[in-house]
Design a protein around this ligand. Structure first.
Ligand SMILES: [Zn+2]
Length: 281
């Protein structure tokens, strides 16, 4: 097939969303190509029946349909979007010819993933992963919050650098090794900022990072650290809203939210609940 005459500018810096979108596009193209495989047998099918006056019309209709399908695939293949992806891949290969990691990339599931990412992007629009922390929090108060949290969660893997401003928390929950990274900005003259993410690129890691980013009380360091611990310590693994373990996409309740309850001594207490991302308000 002739290569399209397009001036597709390769972009060496695809971000994650662009990579997912490109893989979804190629998956759609592959599905269209797979659909062309039985084209010849579909065209000749009328000849398996005894000759009849309708035979020529059936053959003609089948031929036209096949031509239209091939044309549609050809147009999609030559489209600028496809050629830009292929050019990007060629450029990346010329920079690094080691394609061994390609074997780890799934061939399917990208269309669904792209759809989910778009829905989630709409939901969390405006929810920044970098949030301003309580401006009044002093260095000593940050230290105290981290120290007290650590004392309550000794079983969790923990590493602190930069005087409790760069925290790594590691543990296994439901068979997944989760690694959280929390950064509290240090500049005393600026309002503090909290950065938090579940490190990694799996669906679970990305889902958890989105659920953390859309949390309430975004300025609250204690709430954030307790939320992370709740991935291990939550009392029930069922979703607090729908009551199920798996949602329709077979995802676990990967969000954690604190619910205030009145304790007996009239001091409000937070109980952590598990929720599906799709069940968050
Ligand atoms: Zn649910």
């Amino acid at each position: 097939m002739a290569v399209a005459d397009v001036s597709a500018e390769p972009d060496a810096s695809y971000d994650e969303a662009q990579n997912i979108s490109a893989l979804a596009h190629l998956e759609r193209l592959q599905a269209q190509l797979n659909g062309l495989r039985p084209t010849v047998s579909r065209v000749v099918t009328p000849f398996y029946s005894p000759p009849s006056p309708a035979l020529f019309h059936e053959f003609k209709a089948g031929l036209y349909a096949a031509q239209a399908e091939i044309k549609s695939f050809r147009n999609n293949f030559l489209a600028q979007e496809t050629q830009a992806i292929l050019e990007h891949a060629r450029q990346r290969e010329s920079e690094d010819g080691d394609l061994s990691k390609c074997g780890e990339v799934s061939h399917y599931g990208w269309i669904e993933r792209e759809k989910r990412e778009k829905e989630n992007a709409k939901k969390t629009k405006g929810a920044e992963t970098v949030e301003q922390c309580e401006a009044a929090l002093t260095d000593e108060e940050v230290d105290k919050i981290v120290r007290e949290w650590r004392a309550r969660n000794l079983k969790l893997g923990f590493e602190a650098k930069e005087r409790s401003r760069d925290l790594t928390i590691i543990f296994v929950a439901y068979g997944y090794r989760l690694r959280f990274h929390v950064v509290v900005s240090q500049d005393a003259n600026e309002p503090r900022k909290l950065q938090a993410a579940c490190m990694g690129t799996t669906d679970v890691d990305l889902t958890i990072t989105r659920c953390i980013a859309s949390r309430p009380n975004v300025n609250d360091l204690k709430y954030l650290l307790d939320m992370i611990a709740a991935y291990k310590n939550v009392k029930s693994a069922d979703c607090a809203k729908c009551g199920k373990v798996y949602d329709t996409d077979l995802y676990r309740p990967w969000a954690r939210r604190g619910k205030h309850i009145d304790a007996v001594d009239e001091k409000a207490e937070i109980v952590w609940q598990a929720l599906h991302e799709s069940c968050l308000d």
